[in-house]
Design a protein around this ligand. Structure first.
Ligand code: SDX
Length: 429
């Protein structure tokens, strides 16, 4: 068996270096010994957007992009979507194992009994304009929760971390529902502890004058599966934000606000909203070829397609596509589905997309279900942020407990001006 090392020859000096290889990687810090003269800073790796850089070692989620595999703590996403619940998956992500019956009941009890938010948050929510985007409200109000729970700063205290984790998983749906009710000008509907996690969310969204809201069981189950599918996805943009912001040892509410802000972007979690806007702009199946032509001409992107890691069909998109048909039996078929299916059919046989390994991702079909369930498009990314909260918290806690981690502070390649002297304003220009 050959040595697990990389031999590097620096042709500037002729020197040879043996760099240890572990888990298929070399340590970037091992490059620093490569110098031309002794007082050099030493070599760095340059990797814009971290295309080929592992920022951490993790045991939470595994993705094989070429094979289209996704596992949470080793369990295939297909099995979890079929047999688990979101709250059980959240426990799995955070604890590393599926819960025993007693552990699950205690977990569910704790989450259920933290769903209320301080009444003052309503005043904050009321301050937003009537047409404020729900994601802008969610980023702001989850950050504001840090001011209600100063004990959250005790991030090295496991008991405090556990309480904040319960609070965040429990309160994100409440905040999300309140943003939705605010945008409709409707009174807030409070949590109902008799309902399931998705059922209570539907209650806070859609309850009107009935004494007790009864969620549609088909929609309740569909939402739970969607929550499972969106719970974590290893080192995506928002998880990286959670880890980076959290590495300064700020409280988890502020770190979640940073992660939520990252998710808001149309290249990330905002894509599900962008897909529906795109399908609406295309308008009908017969206009799909013309739209594809414009995308190939570089006049925009096929939103909901492509992925940094998946170079195959996103396994979550497959499950969501099947789920859509089940939901539409209850809600009525979303006519935009025909346009989406035609887009997929044409794209998967077009060399532009095949060559670039662009397949439907998690966002391509999810918005069609959300729209059929009655959500406005600006709520779609909020529906992504709710379940991803457990994934973000699992990544955050793993980072805090990793003895190798410290404050995230990348280096740079400086290409700016060399040293120069100040010029008085009268001599400029
Ligand atoms: C999510 O990372 C995660 O895990 C994220 C996520 C999660 O669960 O957390 O899975 C959730 O964010 C899913 C992705 C949602 N975003 C979209 O659907 C937006 C549309 N897709 C993209 O913009 C793009 O595919 C990304 C952002 C998802 C990935 O971008 P990369 O890896 O940086 O790839 P790239 O932009 O460098 O594109 C490579 C090539 C380019 O063409 P060339 O320059 O080689 O000619 O592919 C083209 C791109 O123009 N391309 C697309 C395209 N996506 C990439 N062309 C048309 N339509 C697209 N959607």
């Amino acid at each position: 068996m050959s040595a697990e090392t990389l031999t590097v020859i620096d042709n500037r000096t002729g020197k040879r270096y043996e760099l240890p290889i572990k888990h298929g990687t070399i340590r970037a810090m091992d490059l620093r010994q490569i110098k031309v003269v002794e007082d050099d800073f030493g070599m760095m790796s340059y990797d814009p957007a971290f295309m080929n850089t592992a920022s951490c070692q993790s045991r939470v989620t595994f993705i094989d992009g070429d094979k289209g595999i996704l596992r949470y703590r080793g369990y295939p996403i297909e099995q979890l979507a079929e047999r688990s619940t979101y709250l059980e998956v959240a426990y799995l992500l955070l604890h590393g194992e599926l819960p025993t019956k007693a552990a699950y009941e205690a977990w569910a009890y704790d989450i259920t009994h933290h769903t209320m938010i301080h009444e003052n948050v309503k005043k904050l929510m009321d301050g937003f304009h009537y047409d404020a985007h729900p994601m802008g409200m969610l980023v702001s109000t989850v950050a504001a929760l840090s001011t209600f729970y100063p004990d959250a700063k005790n991030i090295h205290d496991a008991t405090s971390r556990k309480k904040q984790i319960h609070r965040l998983i429990a309160k994100m749906p409440t905040l999300a529902a309140f943003t939705y009710r605010h945008s409709l000008g409707m009174p807030y509907a409070y949590p109902d502890n008799d309902l399931s996690y998705p059922g209570n969310f539907l209650n806070m969204l859609f309850k009107t004058t009935e004494v007790k809201y009864k969620p549609n069981p088909i929609l309740e189950k569909a939402l739970d599966v969607l929550f499972i599918l969106h719970a974590d996805h290893e080192q995506n943009c928002s998880a990286n934000a959670m880890r980076s912001v959290g590495s300064s040892h700020v409280d988890p509410y502020s770190a979640i606000a940073g992660a939520t802000a990252a998710l808001y972007g149309p290249l990330h979690g905002g894509a599900n909203e962008a897909v529906l806007l795109m399908l609406g702009q295309i308008g009908s199946k017969d206009k799909v070829p013309d739209f594809i032509k414009r995308v190939k001409a570089g006049e925009g992107r096929l939103m909901g397609f492509g992925h940094r890691v998946y170079k195959n069909y996103d396994p979550r998109a497959k499950i969501i596509k099947r789920l859509a048909e089940q939901v539409f039996e209850t809600t009525g078929r979303n006519p935009l589905l025909d346009i989406a299916v035609e887009l997929e059919r044409i794209a998967l046989q077009d060399d532009y997309f095949v060559k670039r390994k662009l397949y439907p991702n998690v966002d391509f079909y999810s918005g069609l279900i959300y729209q059929a369930m009655g959500f406005s498009t600006d709520m779609f990314t909020v529906l992504f942020a709710i379940p991803r909260t457990s994934g973000w918290l699992a990544q955050w806690e793993e980072m805090l407990l990793d003895s190798e981690q410290k404050i995230a502070r990348p280096r740079q390649v400086y290409l700016g001006s060399p040293s120069r002297d100040y010029i008085p304003v009268e001599r400029r220009g």
